[in-house]
Structure formats: structure tokens, C-alpha cells
Design a protein around this ligand. Structure first.
Ligand code: SF4
Length: 386
């Protein structure tokens, strides 16, 4: 695979030359707000925490390391960074540059992640750091995912501060989202452990492009994981995301086998990953390998980042995909980013009654008690409030 700097030479020119303020940047995204506005006192400055040693790497020789976090397995010489640009070799040790450096903090409806079978109707304290280990041409958070630490001003916030803020906001969960949690996995792990002690759940929203060992470790502290299955061909993953399909499928299997709650999102792009044949293959693979009760969210694409010339996904394509997946036996299929459509709701697979009603991010009329449909008693899979 290409290194990011080979693929996007402009990126290197940006580094360290023209940092924008965090607030300016975040307001530009329209998706998140600066963490200071949530009233978390700033901790130590970035410079005090830039020596956080990474957890997943090995030395090839005295000066060179190999990162073992994601399938790229970047070989990183002294003074250089990996593809994600947030893990750096200093003196033969690999360091995470974004530990404790959230660039976005926000209280979001959990439906925005989207998690539809986890604590519906609640808010999730959501955070991101910069960086990503893949580059999707349609990324809607590219200002976060494709930035380097130098491009956004941040302040240190310890795991304790994050958990304490979530607690004070009465958030029953913390979501690691917007960017890619794999590249700040140590921060995720440390927050999740402290959150668990306070009874706060940890939710991970990820591209699933992991190696198995870090993912296995993550599963020990995460309560739910949402994986973006970007497409169902390797060609699509290579051409559109600069990644590979198989490690993502392996991650889906791993999360399922570890018993962590799993939901899947499929962002549908016109002409690129909307073939009914591919959708049927994906549905069959999911039913066979993950089971018929995994929630699958089809999401409507709107022109973004490097695919501004592509039109939004026609609703008819999403409807076709929905029907195919239902035919193949998936019980919980949703269409997102399309206001006021019936498939936003959850229906009991046994009695067909509407058991969760949604309008966009608003949820009401939840007919689930003790994990069962209140109309017929059918168990509904998910993480529900007691
Ligand atoms: S996490 Fe970053 S440095 Fe590590 S292998 Fe992946 S892209 Fe390379």
C-alpha cells in the first residue's frame, strides 16, 4: 500500500506550517463543538504529554520499529511517523501523539452514532482525536480524520477528566467516534476502564481496520462496537478507502465471537457500492457468519471531501438494498440519513409491532421491557436500560 505522503503529497506540506485554532477548525466541521465549551478544565498542555509510549509495536532494530496496531504494520524509522501520522518513532520507541488530546467533545444522541439497539433515547458523551489509518474519499469528518496533531490546537484531558465530565452530564455512555479510535486505542482503553468503574458504557465507532490482538484487547473494555463496512469488494476498499476488505470482515467476526454488542453501517455510494449482487452477497455473509439479528444500517451518501461530484444516493437504491437484506433474513435493517422514513423504526421480528419509534435522532414510544417486546414477549437483542 502507498504511504499517505506518497498518495497525498500536499499533506506533508501542511504539517507544522499553518496550524489553525481548534475552535476555528471545529466550527468549520459543523459536526462538533470545541471541548472547552463543555466546561472541562484544561489540563496540561500538549507538550507535557507528547511522550506517551504506544502499546502495540516491536523493534526491528535499535532505531526502527514496526507498529502492530493495524494491518498496515508500518515500519517506522527514527524520527518518522506511520501512515496515520499520529504515531511516531523517537529514539527507537513508538509514541502516540494524541493520547489525552481530544479535538472534539460533544454530547450527542446515541442514534447519531448510529446505535439503535443500545440505550435508545439517551445521550452519549462523544470524543475524537485527529488521525485515521485509512483514507475514505467520502469521509464526512475528514477535517478530523485527515489532520495531523500540529494542525489542530488541543489541550490535555486525562481519562479521569473525560469520565468525570460524562458523569456530571449524566451521560450513560462515552462514544469514541468522529475520527478513528484504533489510532488512539490506548486513550480509549484507559477511559473505558475508568468509565466502567462508574457504570458508564464505552461505545466504539470504527472502520474495523484492526489487527486481531489490539481488537481483542479493545473488546475486553468496550460494551458495543459499530463497524463501518464500507463495501463488499476488495476493489472498492482499495480504490475508495485505501484499505482492504478482509481485515474488516475478520474484525466483525472477532467482535461477534468476543460477545461485544455489534452493529454494522453500510454507507451506500451511487454506482460504487450499490450493486444488488454485492448487497445480497454481503447480507448472506452476515447471516451466515454473524447471525440474522445484527442491526444493519444503510446510510445515504451526500457529496463530501473528494467525491463532491457524485450525487446523493437515490432513495430507491436504499430501498432495494433494504428489501434484499430482509429477503435474506436479516431482522433489523435500517435506512439512515433519510428523514421520516418507516425503516428508521424498530419492529418486533415476531409480532411485527413497532417497538421503537424514531424521527431522525428523536426516539419515543419504546416498547421493550427486560429486553423483550412488551406486546408479545419476544427477546430483542441489544443493550437496553434496566
Ligand atoms: S496505526 Fe498508524 S502507524 Fe500503526 S500500522 Fe496503522 S497506520 Fe501504521
Amino acid at each position: 500500500m502507498l504511504k499517505r505522503s506518497e498518495k497525498n503529497p500536499k499533506k506533508d506540506k501542511i504539517i507544522g506550517t499553518n496550524p489553525i485554532s481548534r475552535r476555528t477548525f471545529l466550527l468549520g466541521t459543523g459536526a462538533v463543538i470545541a471541548s472547552g465549551t463543555l466546561g472541562i478544565p484544561f489540563g496540561k498542555a500538549f507538550a507535557s504529554n507528547e511522550n506517551f509510549e504506544a502499546r502495540y509495536y516491536e523493534n526491528i532494530n535499535k532505531d526502527t520499529v514496526r507498529c502492530l496496531l493495524c494491518p498496515r504494520r508500518c515500519v517506522i524509522p527514527e524520527g518518522k511517523r506511520g501512515y496515520c501520522e499520529v504515531r511516531e518513532n523517537r529514539g527507537g520507541k513508538l509514541y502516540s501523539l494524541t493520547y489525552g488530546q481530544p479535538c472534539a467533545l460533544h454530547l450527542d444522541p446515541i442514534e447519531k452514532k448510529p446505535f439503535f439497539h443500545v440505550l435508545p433515547g439517551t445521550k452519549s458523551f462523544s470524543l475524537a482525536t485527529v488521525g485515521c489509518n485509512i483514507e475514505c474519499k467520502f469521509c464526512q469528518n475528514w477535517q478530523i480524520s485527515q489532520s495531523t496533531p500540529e494542525m489542530i490546537e488541543t489541550k490535555f484531558r486525562s481519562p479521569e477528566q473525560i469520565v468525570s465530565k460524562a458523569h456530571s452530564l449524566n451521560a450513560p455512555s462515552i462514544s469514541f467516534t468522529y475520527g478513528e479510535p484504533v489510532v488512539f486505542i490506548e486513550y480509549v482503553q484507559d477511559i473505558a476502564k475508568k468509565a466502567s468503574a462508574k457504570g458508564i458504557k464505552s461505545l466504539v465507532v470504527t472502520n474495523g481496520f484492526y489487527r486481531q490482538k489490539p481488537l481483542e484487547d479493545l473488546c475486553k473494555v468496550a460494551d458495543a462496537i459499530k463497524i463501518d463496512l464500507k463495501g463488499f469488494t476488495n476493489k472498492y476498499y482499495r480504490n475508495i478507502c485505501d484499505a482492504e476488505l478482509k481485515p474488516v470482515l475478520d474484525s466483525i467476526l472477532k467482535v461477534r465471537s468476543e460477545g461485544v454488542w455489534l452493529e454494522i453501517v453500510y454507507l451506500m455510494l451511487p454506482t460504487l457500492n450499490d450493486s444488488p449482487i454485492e448487497i445480497r452477497e454481503m447480507a448472506r455473509w452476515l447471516v451466515k457468519n454473524v447471525g440474522d439479528n445484527v442491526p444493519l444500517h444503510f446510510s445515504r451518501f451526500f457529496p463530501q471531501y473528494k467525491l463532491k461530484d457524485l450525487p446523493p444516493t437515490p432513495f430507491s437504491s436504499l430501498e432495494t438494498a433494504y428489501k434484499i437484506c430482509r429477503e435474506e433474513g436479516l431482522k433489523f435493517v435500517y435506512i439512515g440519513n433519510v428523514p421520516r422514513n418507516e425503516t428508521e423504526n424498530t419492529f418486533c421480528p415476531a409480532c411485527s409491532k413497532k417497538i421503537i419509534e424514531r424521527r431522525g435522532y428523536n426516539t419515543k414510544n419504546i416498547h421493550i421491557k427486560n429486553g423483550c417486546c412488551t406486546f408479545c414477549g419476544e427477546p430483542i437483542p441489544g443493550l437496553w436500560e434496566d
